[in-house]
Unconditional design. Structure first.
Length: 251
């Protein structure tokens, strides 16, 4: 499903066709262990599902670059032995399937250093390719020349009624984001502001345990998202992606 010219949704990932960049966001590896520490016990399936989904995507596209748009790892602080193994397993699978792996730093990524060092991967605060800026989205940016901005962090989802039951689906969002840029000049109008419209795309979390924030009922997290009523919703189903119209016309 195409969400924007040259940008395709494949399952929970984005594919920049021309540049052959595969984008994945908010893996939150270790979320299972975090829940366990809180006393929530689930059958272990996080890593297996992530690997299966990744393999399905990698069977469809051959990326040159894979970019993880923040929050690769969930937990702050200590890293358990099993988690080390799991994180490296996924990183190695990605490294086998691309020429370059890039980690964009998210707000949960406080201890990524040692992991990245082990595999010689770059950690960056954002990643720009042509006029597309990829940034986690927990903090606003001052200015950018990019025309399209892709963020994660929010984990957007919508709840859809299916007969008598309600089900939450992860979704992508696409809308306009206005950057207020100060004009510099010699006129008396120096302090005037010019609004520049950018296209903003929000990605869902790749972690099967994280359903996400209900964009209608719950408070939004990212400072990029103030009024999303005109944003378009793309729901990710099991096999297909469905364009679902604008947020304001959701049932
Ligand atoms: Mn985040």
């Amino acid at each position: 499903m195409q969400i924007f010219p040259n940008i395709k949704i494949i399952n929970l990932a984005l594919w920049l066709k021309k540049e052959r960049v595969l984008l994945i966001s908010d893996l939150h590896l270790g979320y299972e262990e975090y829940l366990q520490q809180k006393g929530v016990f689930l059958p272990k399936f996080q890593i297996k599902t992530v690997i299966e989904s990744l393999k399905k995507i990698l069977a469809k596209v051959k990326p040159k670059t894979i970019v993880i748009n923040g929050d690769l790892k969930h937990d702050f602080g200590r890293i358990l032995k099993q988690e080390w193994k799991d994180v490296l397993k996924i990183i190695d699978l990605m490294l086998e399937n691309c020429e370059e792996l890039i980690l964009v730093r998210g707000n949960h990524d406080t201890i990524l250093g040692p992991i990245a060092e082990k595999r010689k991967i770059k950690i960056v605060k954002d990643y720009q390719i042509k006029n597309i800026l990829i940034i986690h989205g927990d903090k606003l940016i001052e200015k950018t020349k990019a025309k399209t901005i892709i963020i994660g962090h929010e984990h957007p989802a919508v709840t859809i009624r299916d007969g008598s039951k309600f089900e939450k689906y992860k979704c992508f969002l696409k809308g306009k984001w206005c950057q207020k840029a100060k004009l510099s000049g010699t006129s008396r109008n120096m302090k005037s502001f010019q609004k520049k419209n950018k296209t903003l795309i929000v990605m869902p979390s790749f972690n099967p345990l994280i359903e996400g924030t209900d964009i209608i009922k719950e408070q939004l997290l990212s400072p990029f998202l103030t009024n999303i009523s005109n944003f378009e919703v793309f729901i990710v189903g099991k096999e297909e992606v469905f364009p679902f119209g604008k947020v304001k016309s959701l049932p």
